[in-house]
Design a protein around this ligand. Structure first.
Ligand code: NAD
Length: 489
């Protein structure tokens, strides 16, 4: 059993309470983690506040901050395999994916390292004489970064990197599910040479850890990725401190396959968007709309591809689909599929645990053909390798069906018709839309949703301003002292 501790004020500290983590590949305990109580949340926030106002960090130039972030990015590249393997053991995601994603996470630190000294204020051409007025952009304060379990290194980087580039300090609440890689990352923070308290990493449960952190009077900014129900708690919690909140929430993303699409590319997109990461991705394209004339053909191709997929040990090089993260996920998946079939969906393939794997939380890549959008598998985000396919006849129908969802995170369109691609992407109400590709991301490109997917954005240049506040300074430049306010001029 490995033992992990909180990282607070530059030190690893055992928590007063602990919990066990199970390895999804075999269902066995493999590590213990500390579960933060209010006491540890307070320690982490106090450390972050002290680092903000009373440490070397307070006086670093933006260029110095950028250099530290760059060093952290370099260390992430160096330890990418170790970080990836820890995440795989803890979450069941494929090592091939977690290793590559860990290495790519470094690019987020490098990108914001470069932006650190490009945050500028303005001189205001003010409408009054003898006054010099300018704005500067200052850090907001202590940032609470709250992340879900499915990509913790990545989803914390999209918060930590811009927050630090702008001069804030951070308390990360890693998810109670699969936080191991975050504590290896804590070692790299130390190695990079950040002053104690600039980044603190704790883990624990929503109650008390998440609640205490988001309602803490010294937290000024909450950056949250997770589900909409938790987001509602966070919005209520921040009524206590009026922290500025950003929300990156769930999705039930549509993929539209037109009859003029390159069908092989479209099927690759559907497979990548749904069976990649075992479907446990916020942008999984799990509502697949297929034009009637190619419906049976596409279903047959997906079925054939699903049968060839290698399911098994997520650490093995040749594995293509690993286990789900928890046994509860598998049970939920079974429930949703059973309800959907009862409501009229037809099971084309999958729908059960693979018979050749006796332990671990594996589930077969599944395809359901659904008569309409009332079916539970079409309406619910349930984080599993399950595609719900639906037929459409016209472009207008496809757009209306795609938009008929409470969510609006990602979307995919497959067509060889450029005019159609422009027409359709313009009308889809989602924050990200891919044409003839899927799941591509970059630190340079804003990421976020519409509707109940949360309206915030992460990545890209503008996000850096979300971690600053303008200060407006008025300077009297006249030779005269300030006039007596009670004497009319
Ligand atoms: P979740 O909402 O259950 O948990 C997310 C985090 O919030 C965890 O760290 C959890 O401990 C914490 N939390 C729980 N209760 C809290 C409370 N009362 N106050 C403060 N924090 C609290 O989500 P999950 O199951 O870990 O992850 C899956 C969800 O995340 C899905 O809905 C998925 O779509 C979403 N997600 C979104 C994105 C995106 O970028 N939009 C990316 C990945 C995942």
């Amino acid at each position: 059993m490995q033992i992990f501790n909180h990282y607070i004020n530059g030190q690893f500290r055992a928590g007063t309470e602990q919990f066990e983590s199970l390895n999804p590949a075999n269902g066995k305990p493999w590590a213990t983690f500390p579960a933060a109580t209010e006491h540890e949340v307070n320690q982490a926030v106090e450390a972050a506040e002290n680092a903000l106002f009373n440490s070397e960090w307070t006086h670093y130039t933006a260029t110095q901050r950028g250099k530290l972030l760059r060093k952290l990015g370099d260390l992430i590249v160096e330890y990418a395999n170790e970080l990836g393997d820890l995440e795989t053991t803890d979450s069941g995601k494929l090592a091939r994916e977690t290793r590559a994603q860990s290495a790519y996470v470094a690019d987020y630190y490098h990108y914001y390292a470069g932006l650190a000294d490009k945050i500028q204020g303005q001189v205001i051409p003010i409408d009054k004489p003898d006054l010099h007025v300018f704005t500067t952009r200052e850090p907001i304060g202590v940032v609470a970064a709250i992340v879900p379990w499915n990509a913790q290194m990545f989803l914390s980087a999209t918060k930590i990197a811009p927050a630090l580039a702008a001069g804030n300090t951070v308390v990360v609440k890693a998810s109670e599910q699969a936080p191991a890689a975050m504590f290896k990352f804590a070692e790299l923070i130390d190695q990079a040479g950040f002053p104690p308290g600039v980044i603190n990493i704790i883990t624990g449960f929503g109650e008390p850890c998440g609640r205490a952190l988001t309602a803490h009077p010294k937290v000024a900014r909450v950056a949250f990725t997770g589900g909409p129900e938790t987001a509602r708690h966070i919005v209520r919690n921040t009524a206590a401190n009026f922290a500025h909140v950003s929300l990156e929430l769930g999705g039930k993303s549509p993929m539209i396959i037109f009859e003029d699409a390159d069908l092989e590319g479209a099927v690759n997109g559907i497979i990548a968007g749904n069976y990649g990461a075992s479907g446990q991705s916020c942008v999984a394209g799990s509502r697949v709309f297929i034009q009637s004339s190619i419906y049976d053909d596409i279903l047959e191709r997906i079925k054939q591809r699903a049968a060839e997929i290698v399911i098994g040990d997520p650490l093995a090089e040749h594995t293509q689909v690993g286990p789900l993260a928890t046994t509860a996920q598998v049970e939920r998946c079974e429930r949703v599929i059973a309800n959907s079939i009862e409501q009229g969906a037809s099971l084309i393939c999958g729908g059960k645990r693979p018979s050749h794997l006796s332990e671990g939380w594996y589930f077969e890549p599944t395809l359901l053909s659904c008569p309409d959008q009332s079916i539970e598998s079409v309406r619910t985000e349930f984080f599993a390798p399950v595609i719900s396919a639906l037929k459409f006849d016209t472009e207008e129908q496809a757009i209306a069906m795609a938009n008929d969802s409470q969510f609006g995170l990602g979307a995919g369109v497959f067509t060889e018709n450029l005019a159609r691609a422009h027409r359709v992407t313009k009308q889809i109400r989602s924050g990200i839309i891919w044409v003839n590709t899927y799941r591509a991301i970059s630190p340079l490109a804003p990421f976020g949703g519409f509707k109940q997917s949360g309206g915030s954005r992460e990545a890209g240049i503008d996000v850096i301003y979300d971690y600053t506040r303008t200060k407006t300074t008025w300077i009297n430049t006249s030779k005269q002292p300030m006039a007596n306010p009670f004497v009319m001029q």
